[in-house]
Design a protein. Sequence first.
Lengths: 361, 89
Amino acid sequence: MGENIYVGTRKGLFVLGRNGSGWDIVETKFLGEPVSAVFADGGVTLAALDLGHFGPKLWRREGDGDWLEVKTPAFPAKPEDAVDDPHPWSVGRIWNFTPAGSNGALWAGTMPGGLFRSDDGGVTWSLNEPLWRMPERLKWMGVAGGEQPGLSSVLVDPSNPKTLTLGISCAGVWQTKDEGNTWTNIGAGFDNEYMPPDQRHDPIAQDIHQLAHCKAHPNVIWCQHHSKIYRSTDHGHTWAPLDNAKPSGFGFAVVAHPTDPETAWFVPAIKDEQRFPVDAKVVVSRTRDGGETFEVIGRGLPDRHAYDLVYRHALDIDNTGERLAFGSTSGGLWVSEDGGENWSAPDCRLPPVACVRFALS
Amino acid sequence: MPTVHFTNQLARFVDAPTVSVEGATLGEILDCVFWDNPQLRGYILDDQGAVRQHVAVFVDGVQLKDRSNLSGGVTAEAEIHIFQALSGG
């Protein structure tokens, strides 16, 4: 199972496996349906569907068994006095799954910003009520063409799974040290340049596209922010802009090296309204010195007439830090076995890609 | 008894045969349907029990306007159709 890549697209789930020296599709599922998030850890596989008419749905498979629909995470009844709540008390999209650090436990981030937990490998889910019922949540803003905030990133501290750090578009960085009972909005140093001047530095007004941490040094967190790339070395409390990013600092996805806190990868694009690769050339941007300098790499990626955009969850790295994969809005899919230097494309033309995940081994 | 017909598109995900059930309001009728077929509920209603934004409900040919109010009365012979609203690509 560690040798599979799961690709969720606008028209189904595609599972890739090793084929000699390359990768090939070995399984298709949910053809025709939008897959918004996927998770696989060798024992349990989850696929979240984002059905245009019939709402979000969650499917689950144990081992090589059959896919079964399980109950979708759902909000409790909206209180009658919550009439001024700007956000729907109804899950619009399941956006990501993250292991919670104990056996079978998972977190799911959603739109409109609800955080859900499962303690049974994804069969049942419950809302983290302290986060959702905070008065400050009413200040969260919508994202991604919708009215709803999006909980894009869930980082679980490997050394202390009670510490979680969330990235939310647009609500900044939120952290708990007691497994979700109390939450604090952290993040000094950000500058959200599309906000009014007096709110640009407000931690709650930050458009966090994606967070990634170094698993061996979880105090080091990388942030692909809407405005630019940032890095924190104090577990998200303060952030320094990485102004040397090239060819641009705009993008959605980031992954961190699992053991080297100085190394991370990004897939940049022209900011902001255009949102396609600089010079119509798909590249990966890598830093290996903590963000002081960036290398533009990507031998094998399309280098002309390429308009691929890579979404938040469409770039992933495996536990070795050597193998990366990403997919694009144009249906491109590329895999690197050498830290991003060289890339190969499996023989397929996929629908627009929403998420790419390696099976956790 | 009122009769409820569902779009065939649901068959890709969940059984949704035409059924006749007791009920004086749309809400009561749907509760009855979902009692027997709980998986179907989330395809038609959102977390708060409102009809999903891209699902269309017709009662005797008249489309439901207020998605969160299912308390309107229906006749004993009502024909209820639940379709998908056109969208997507």
